[in-house]
Design a protein around this ligand. Structure first.
Ligand SMILES: NC(=O)c1ccc[n+]([C@@H]2O[C@H](COP(=O)([O-])OP(=O)(O)OC[C@H]3O[C@@H](n4cnc5c(N)ncnc54)[C@H](O)[C@@H]3O)[C@@H](O)[C@H]2O)c1
Length: 315
C-alpha cells in the first residue's frame, strides 16, 4: 500500500477538492490547499495550511513545494469546459502550461505521487458507445485538448523516469456542489431546483444522457488510486464509469419525490451537441483489474443521496 503523510491539493476549494481534503484529513494526512484568492474557503478545518494564489504563479508553487515538502499532489485546479472555450489563452495557461510546470516542479522536488483529474471529454465526439479503453483521444474542445496534453506529459515522465503519475478520466460528475457555471452539469442543477421548488429548464432533449458518476464514488476513486501499490498501475490513465440515464428518466425520478416539480426542455444546441457526443457507457475494466475499482452508486441511489444532501440546506 502506497503511503504519504502530506498532500497538496490544487483547486482545493472546488467541488471535488474540498471532499478529497476531507477524506485525506480524516485518515490523518496533513493536507495543504492552493486555490484562487476569490474562492470561498470551505472545509477549512481539514486543511493544515491554505495558500491563496494562482497555480500559474511558478514562484508561489516552487515556494510551497520547497517549504512544505508535500509527499503527494492532487492536481484538481482547472478551468472547466465552458470557461476554457470562452478564454482559450487562459485555459492553455492554467490547464496546460501551469499543469506541466507543476508536474516538472513536483518531479524536481521529489514529490512521491502526482494525481491528475482528467475527463472523457479528451475523446471528442466521434467515439464508440460503449467507449473502448484504447480508443484514440481526439478532443474537440479546448478543455479536452489541454487535458490530453497534460496526460501525455505525465505519461512521458512515468515511462522515462518512473515518475509516479496517476490519472483518472471521469465522466460527468453528479454532485450537490456542481458549479452553476458548468452547463453540462444540468442533472445536478435539476436536482437542486427540485429540492428548492424551482422550475427547471433542461438544455437537452428528453432522450439525451451520458456516462455519469456520483460524487462519493469519484472521491473514493481518487483516494483508492492514490493508495494503490505503484507496481499495479500499468496504465497512465484509467477511464471510469458509473451509470447512464436520460433527462426524461431524471424528470420521472424527481417527480416521484417532488410531485410539484415543474420542468421543460429548451435545447441549447451547444450543450446538446456536447453531451450527445459523449458515450453513454465507458468501459473501465483496467481500473477493476489493476486496483480493484468498483463503483457503489447507481442512478437511483445517487439521486436519492443527492436529494438528501441538498434538502439538508445550502451546500
Ligand atoms: N466535475 C466534473 O464533472 C469533472 C469531470 C471530469 C474531470 N473533472 C476534473 O476534476 C477537477 C476538479 O473539478 P471540480 O468539479 O472540482 O471543478 P471546480 O471548478 O469546482 O474546482 C476547480 C478549482 O480550481 C480552482 N482554480 C481554477 N483556476 C485556478 C488557478 N489558476 N489557480 C488556482 N486554482 C484555480 C478553482 O478556483 C476551483 O476551486 C478538474 O481538474 C476537472 O477538470 C471534473
Amino acid at each position: 500500500m502506497n503511503t504519504f503523510q502530506t498532500a497538496l491539493i490544487t483547486g482545493g476549494n472546488g467541488n471535488l477538492g474540498r471532499l478529497v481534503a476531507q477524506q485525506l484529513s480524516v485518515k490523518g494526512i496533513d493536507v495543504l490547499c492552493l486555490d484562487l484568492p476569490e474562492t470561498e474557503v470551505k472545509n477549512e478545518t481539514f486543511y493544515k495550511n491554505i495558500f491563496l494564489g494562482d497555480v500559474c504563479d511558478q514562484d508561489l508553487v516552487n515556494r510551497i513545494l520547497k517549504d512544505q515538502r508535500p509527499q503527494a499532489i492532487f492536481h484538481l485546479a482547472s478551468l472547466l469546459s465552458g470557461s476554457s472555450e470562452t478564454d482559450l489563452e487562459r485555459a492553455w495557461q492554467i490547464n496546460a502550461t501551469a499543469s506541466i510546470n507543476l508536474i516538472q516542479a513536483a518531479k524536481d522536488c521529489e514529490v512521491g505521487l502526482f494525481f491528475y483529474a482528467s475527463t472523457i471529454a479528451t475523446y471528442g465526439s466521434k467515439t464508440k458507445d460503449p467507449l473502448p479503453e484504447d480508443f484514440m483521444q481526439w478532443p474537440e474542445n479546448m478543455y479536452g485538448v489541454t487535458k490530453v496534453a497534460v496526460e501525455r506529459f505525465g505519461s512521458y515522465l512515468k515511462k522515462t523516469c518512473g515518475f509516479d503519475f496517476r490519472c483518472l478520466r471521469f465522466p460527468m460528475v453528479l454532485s450537490p456542489f456542481a458549479p452553476l457555471s458548468a452547463k453540462t452539469a444540468y442533472p445536478s442543477h435539476a436536482c437542486r431546483a427540485a429540492v428548492l421548488g424551482d422550475p427547471f429548464n433542461f438544455p437537452v432533449s428528453k432522450e439525451t444522457g451520458m456516462s455519469c458518476m456520483f460524487l462519493d464514488d469519484v472521491i473514493r476513486s481518487i483516494f483508492e488510486i492514490s493508495h494503490a501499490p505503484q507496481v499495479c498501475l500499468k496504465s497512465h490513465a484509467y477511464n471510469l464509469h458509473g451509470f447512464h440515464f436520460t433527462a426524461q428518466q431524471l424528470c420521472e425520478n424527481l417527480k416521484q419525490v417532488y410531485p410539484g416539480f415543474e420542468y421543460s426542455f429548451e435545447i441549447d444546441p451547444h450543450v446538446e451537441n456536447l453531451v450527445k457526443g459523449w458515450p453513454n457507457e465507458v468501459i473501465s475494466n483496467s481500473a477493476k483489474l489493476d486496483w480493484n475499482w468498483a463503483p457503489e452508486y447507481n442512478f437511483e441511489t445517487s439521486i436519492s443521496v443527492m436529494l438528501d444532501l441538498l434538502s439538508q440546506g445550502p451546500v
